[in-house]
Design a protein around this ligand. Structure first.
Ligand code: SAM
Ligand code: SF4
Length: 331
């Protein structure tokens, strides 16, 4: 366990169809969401267990009030080597500088299209302009680590935009990562026909920019990185066609304190309950350690074996167990 993804909220100001497609959403009760003090205590605990990389996510983390204060609190923790936040960028313009000043190392901004109509078709909100302002603000803020842009590539929606997105990222000194469309819970309309594989993405990029050079992989990072002849680098995250479960060292904490060993896990460990019943730090450490040791999930690899692969969970199953949804457990 070296990498913690911590969801600050299940709420979001977009409705990306590949993540939360239902017409009616159930939100977590405010009293169930971890407070800043609880988050800080849990992060300290995870750091004591070997976590070195922390990524704040959601839902949309920027809709959590007082975020810069929380970032400041967490950035003080000495063992933290990599401290990032993933955002859709809608609320980023006024927050980029305060987040950098609070001690955040790096931002990942999701960007699925540069075309306003398409952006709206995917996210059901007309917010591309705000996202672009957010990206500009992030570039100007000058975070210590390079800005990353993340694109979920979906056939028939945005798969013709790879060259334009690559160029856009390059002009802003950001690195783009193209993500294969995953059948995570929440993506109820997922179909294998809509997945553009890593191989096909590479082919399309090479058709536009010439040969690509694969770069050495770093640690357990899921992205395979490549370089174009002009030096531009980019990544592809092939979680669907080529899962990295065997190398996964990542643990996820939902906004209401449930610990999941995998994006596809059905069950989590209720750490909020344990924290609120005043378990001591050694007791909590013991619980987390044995939970992690006993994990058997290799969700993406197991999904690869399924025949006639369709969406992982139906809308009915999600209504019965909303904790399964991507925006609940944090992508
Ligand atoms: N709201 C923030 C955002 O969109 O960046 C953070 C949370 S979001 C769940 C984290 C990441 O998961 C985003 O980059 C999003 O594109 C990705 N994601 C969500 N559903 C996905 C799916 N079905 N396949 C691949 N990536 C997905
Ligand atoms: Fe919201 Fe991010 Fe999910 Fe889109 S991918 S609906 S922005 S949580």
């Amino acid at each position: 366990m070296s990498d913690l993804r911590l969801s600050l909220t299940d709420r979001c100001n977009l409705r990306c169809f590949y993540c939360m497609p239902r017409a009616h959403y159930s939100w977590l009760a405010k009293t169930d969401v971890l407070s800043f003090e609880e988050i800080s205590a849990l992060v300290s605990l995870f750091l004591s267990l070997g976590i070195r990389k922390l990524r704040l996510t959601g839902g949309e983390p920027l809709v959590r009030k007082g975020l810069a204060k929380l970032v400041h609190l967490l950035a003080q923790k000495p063992q933290l080597e990599d401290f990032a936040l993933t955002t859709n960028g809608v609320e980023l313009a006024p927050l980029a500088l305060p987040l950098k000043e609070a001690g955040l190392h790096r931002l990942n901004i999701s960007l699925d299209s540069l075309q306003p109509k398409r952006f709206e078709q995917i996210s059901k909100r007309n917010s591309l302009h705000q996202v672009l302002l957010g990206i500009d603000a992030a570039t100007q803020a000058g975070f210590p680590k390079k800005l990353k842009l993340d694109t979920v590539v979906i056939r028939g929606f945005n798969d013709d935009e790879l060259p334009a997105l690559l160029q856009f990222a390059n002009e802003r000194n950001a690195e783009i990562r193209f993500i294969e469309y995953m059948d995570v819970a929440g993506a109820v309309d997922w179909s294998s026909e809509q997945v553009v594989s890593q191989q096909e993405m590479l082919q399309r990029i090479e058709n536009n920019f010439g040969p690509t050079l694969p770069l050495e992989e770093i640690h357990t990072a899921p992205a395979k990185r490549y370089q174009l002849a002009n030096g531009t680098t980019f990544g592809i995250i092939a979680s669907t066609s080529s899962p990295f479960c065997d190398k996964c060292n990542r643990v996820r904490l939902s906004a209401d304190g449930k610990l999941f060993p995998c994006l596809y896990a059905n069950e989590g460990l209720d750490l909020k309950k344990e924290l609120r019943t005043n378990k001591t730090s050694p007791q909590l450490q013991q619980l987390i350690t044995s939970f992690w040791k006993q994990r058997t999930e290799k969700g993406a690899a197991q999904r690869l074996l399924s025949k006639n692969r369709r969406a992982f969970k139906t809308e009915k199953e999600l209504l019965e167990n909303p904790h399964l949804e991507m925006h609940k457990r944090g992508g």
